[in-house]
Design a protein around this ligand. Structure first.
Ligand code: PMP
Length: 399
């Protein structure tokens, strides 16, 4: 049996496993609405024009040097503006401890490790449902997990009463993981008014809000509007944490560029916290990758390129919104007796369709349509060319 005889194969990742199965299917009709990666209307992956231009500017000026341990200072500065506001006093006062992270996943993991190291008895409250990797991240950081109500299956919307009860009933000073916008997998976000009530109750309970913002710009088409929940918490004086990712909104998936920030009481505390975040990163990967960070800082430091980026983000969000309407209309015109209103009510990259695991299995086995068994449809994979095929298949398995 040797050294590794006791090693059993790991369980397949529920999201990445879907892509593997899709790639192995020879059918010409196959559709991948599993992974949350944007596709254009021809179903092709997209490299944004602003990114291509940044690449052109880099090409004569290549550097392969290490970044500082905390990552690119210029990238972090611009990234904080997106979350905390262009003219944020908190940035000017240097109250935010921020490090470049290995995209959103790495930012969450760094925070979870930091939480464990400095508050070893703390727990994390995670919404039901959530992105499946959140569970893995806090598990591997040895932070015990609790859950809070979020999605209401009957209304296919927010379980606001359940959420507020759980916030009130959690011990004072609990940690909560909140999706800043475009909740994955449900596409259901609190309204502005509800965010205000959540923030108020967090204040009463002295809870800590950790915002995972993986889709800034994908909810409304405008990154500024999508930061609203965070801004409400900041107005109320919360000391938040935030994970940011450029995977989706700049299409930099494989570059692994993101940022973890922790808002502190003052500059001195921020310096201490940043140094400790770097110390957690040092034995894991030493310092973050340089290329994606350079792309981001070139784009965000140039007003023209930044405007181009904003237009391109809006373009991606609008295409998805258009596909929501098309999918719903197709299902309705097929005479489906079910309500498909939630397809257009939900926002961001995903539609939490309400399809059961058995119905998803039929979609895959009979129609070569691939998605996670929780019924999540990545709207980014829906196109003018496949929407009627998809609607027809969904109608067949839900009759
Ligand atoms: N958080 C959420 C809610 C996500 O959906 C994702 C991407 N699927 C991430 C974080 C992290 O993605 P990445 O590490 O590619 O930035």
């Amino acid at each position: 049996t040797g050294w590794w005889g006791g090693v059993e194969p790991a369980a397949k990742d529920p999201i990445l496993g879907v892509t593997e199965a899709f790639l192995a299917d020879p059918s010409p009709n196959k559709v991948n609405v599993g992974v949350g990666a944007y596709r254009d209307d021809d179903g092709k992956p997209v490299v944004l024009e602003c990114v291509r231009e940044a690449e052109r500017r880099i090409s004569g000026n290549l550097t392969m040097e290490y970044l500082p341990m905390g990552g690119s200072i210029r990238m972090i500065e611009e990234t904080l503006k997106l979350a905390y506001g262009e003219n944020s006093e908190l940035i000017k006062d240097k109250r935010i401890a921020a490090v470049q992270a290995l995209s959103g996943t790495g930012a969450c993991r760094l925070f979870a490790d930091f939480q464990k190291r400095f508050l070893p008895d703390s727990q994390i409250y995670i919404p039901v449902p959530t992105w499946s990797n959140h569970h893995n991240i806090w598990r591997d950081a040895h932070v015990p997990q609790r859950t809070f109500h979020y999605y209401h299956p009957e209304s296919k919307g927010l379980d606001f009463a359940g959420l507020m009860d759980d916030v009130k009933n959690a011990p004072n000073g609990s940690f909560f993981l909140l999706h800043a916008c475009a909740h994955n997998p449900t596409g259901v976000d609190p309204s502005e008014e509800q965010w205000r009530e959540i923030s108020y109750q967090f204040k009463v309970k002295n809870h800590f809000a950790f915002f995972d913002m993986a889709y800034q710009g994908f909810a409304s088409g405008d990154p500024e509007r999508d930061a609203k929940a965070i801004r409400i918490f900041l107005e109320d004086g919360h000391l938040i944490g935030c994970a940011q990712s450029y995977a989706k909104n700049m299409g930099l998936y494989g570059q692994r560029v993101g940022c973890l920030s922790v808002l502190c009481e003052d500059e001195m505390q921020a310096v201490a916290v940043k140094s400790q975040l770097q110390q957690i990163a040092r034995p894991m990967y030493s310092n973050p990758p340089v290329h994606g960070a350079l792309i981001v800082s070139i784009i965000l430091n140039d007003p023209d390129l930044k405007n181009l980026w904003l237009r391109e983000v809006k373009g991606m969000a609008d295409r998805i919104i258009g596909m929501r309407t098309a999918l719903r209309e197709n299902l309705e015109s097929l005479g489906s007796s079910l309500s498909w209103e939630h397809i257009t009510n939900q926002i961001g990259m995903f539609c939490y369709s309400g399809l059961t695991a058995e119905q998803v299995d039929r979609l895959t086995n009979e129609f070569h349509i691939y998605m996670t068994r929780n019924g999540r449809i990545s709207m980014a994979g829906v196109t003018t060319g496949n929407v009627s095929y998809l609607a027809n298949a969904i109608h067949e398995v839900t009759k």
